[in-house]
Each structure stands twice: as structure tokens, then as C-alpha cells.
Design a protein around this ligand. Structure first.
Ligand code: B4P
Length: 190
């Protein structure tokens, strides 16, 4: 089984497609967004610190998310394969992920990158904001900030994996089923 990074801008469908991939292939799913929202719900110190940044659409510091992911990898070693959703979001996180996996004799096999135009992202996130209760989905300025943080801080991660010949682009507009089928084709060709 492969270890995959599911990549894309906010609202690209990473969480949506991860759910289906887990069901089909039995991956261990590591979503830093979900883990952080869990910490906020549990009102941990880390969660309370992260909340301000997440609500504004900014990234949580690298050392916080790297520590969380290293811990989750430790507890799941021996799993069939990992799907990293929303992580890495900076080159420093990508380097830390390579080291953490390497220390267990593992590596990323592919980055699957969902490409979606900015207008479609804004529409999807505002729509989700009507029911998600997520502050970062309910305000256009915050959504625009998330998109620009993605362009400035996260897009270089795609070059990082391109340099390792692991980048696989997938068109992220269309039905959820057709995008899922394109992702499965990539995985089955690995
Ligand atoms: P995340 O939780 O990772 O989430 P996301 O960017 O909102 O989106 P995702 O792409 O998963 O969207 P989804 O499938 O749900 O991050 C939230 C915040 O956490 C970040 O801003 C940051 O503050 C913090 N954070 C997380 N990880 C971090 C890290 N590594 N480092 C630092 N900070 C970090 O899809 C969105 C909507 O689109 C849904 O409503 C869905 O139904 C819809 N949709 C999906 N596919 C569709 C399709 N094909 N057509 C139409 N609609 C579709």
C-alpha cells in the first residue's frame, strides 16, 4: 500500500476525497485540520492557540503540526498506508515528514494535487460555511487570506515533491465521483 499526500488549496476537496479513499483502500487518514479542530473542541492549550490562527485563515506554526504528525505516525507504524490530508503545508513540514517516515523505513510514494480555480474555491467554502460552523468558511476576506497563504507558503511544497518525481496532478472540478475515479487511477498506476 502507498503513502500519499493529498494536496490542494482550501476547499479543493481533500477532506471529501480522503473519506472515499479510506473506505476503498483502508488508509490511515492523518488530517492536520481535523486533528487541530479536535484539539479546539477538547479545549487543550494547543487548540486554544491554534484557534485564533485558524479562524483568521493563517497557518498554525510548523513545530506544532510537525509534533502532532510525528506522534500520530509513531502510533500507527505497521499500518497499510497513510494518507496525509492538509499536511505538509510548508516546505519545512515536507522535510520533517520525509525524516519522520524515513526513521521508520517509509517514504511518500506520491503527492496527488487537486487543481481548482479560485472562484470555485470561494463558492464551495462559502456554501460549506452556511452549515459547517467554521469561522474560516464564513467570511470572504478570511477565505481570500487562506487562498493567498496557500499560494505563498504551501504551493512551494508541490515543487518539493516534483523534484522527487512524485507529483501527480488531478483536475479537481467536476463530480465528486469522477474526481475520485481519476485519483484511483493514479493510485493504481503507482
Ligand atoms: P483543513 O482542515 O486542511 O481544510 P480545508 O483547507 O478547508 O479543505 P479541504 O480541501 O479538505 O476541503 P473539503 O474537502 O472539505 O485546514 C483548515 C485550517 O487548519 C487551515 O486554514 C490552517 O489554519 C489549519 N491547518 C491545517 N493543517 C495545517 C498545517 N499542516 N499547517 C498549518 N496549519 C494547518 O471541501 C470543501 C467543500 O467543497 C466541502 O463543502 C465539499 O462538500 C465541497 N466539495 C468538495 N469536492 C467538491 C466537488 N467536486 N464539487 C463541488 N463541491 C465540492
Amino acid at each position: 500500500m502507498a503513502n500519499l499526500v493529498l494536496f490542494g488549496p482550501p476547499g479543493a476537496g481533500k477532506g471529501t476525497q480522503s473519506e472515499r479513499l479510506i473506505e476503498k483502500y483502508g488508509f490511515i487518514h492523518l488530517s492536520t485540520g481535523d486533528i487541530l479542530r479536535g484539539e479546539i473542541k477538547a479545549q487543550t492549550t494547543r487548540g486554544l492557540e491554534a484557534k485564533k490562527l485558524m479562524d483568521a485563515g493563517d497557518l498554525v506554526p510548523d513545530d506544532v503540526v510537525i509534533g502532532m504528525i510525528e506522534h500520530k505516525i509513531e502510533t500507527a507504524v505497521g499500518a497499510k498506508g497513510f494518507i496525509f490530508d492538509g499536511f505538509p503545508r510548508t516546505v519545512a513540514q515536507a522535510e520533517a515528514l520525509d525524516s519522520a517516515l524515513e526513521s521508520h523505513g517509509l517514504a511518500i510514494d506520491a503527492m496527488i494535487a487537486l487543481a481548482v480555480p479560485d472562484d470555485e474555491l470561494r463558492t464551495r467554502l462559502l456554501e460549506r460555511g452556511k452549515t459547517s460552523g467554521r469561522a474560516d468558511d464564513q467570511n470572504l476576506d478570511k477565505i481570500n487570506n487562506r487562498i493567498s497563504v496557500y499560494k505563498d507558503e504551501t504551493m512551494p511544497v508541490a515543487e518539493f515533491y516534483s523534484g522527487q518525481n512524485k507529483y501527480k496532478g488531478v483536475h479537481g472540478v467536476g463530480s465528486i465521483d469522477s474526481i475520485f475515479s481519476d485519483i484511483c487511477s493514479v493510485i493504481e498506476d503507482l
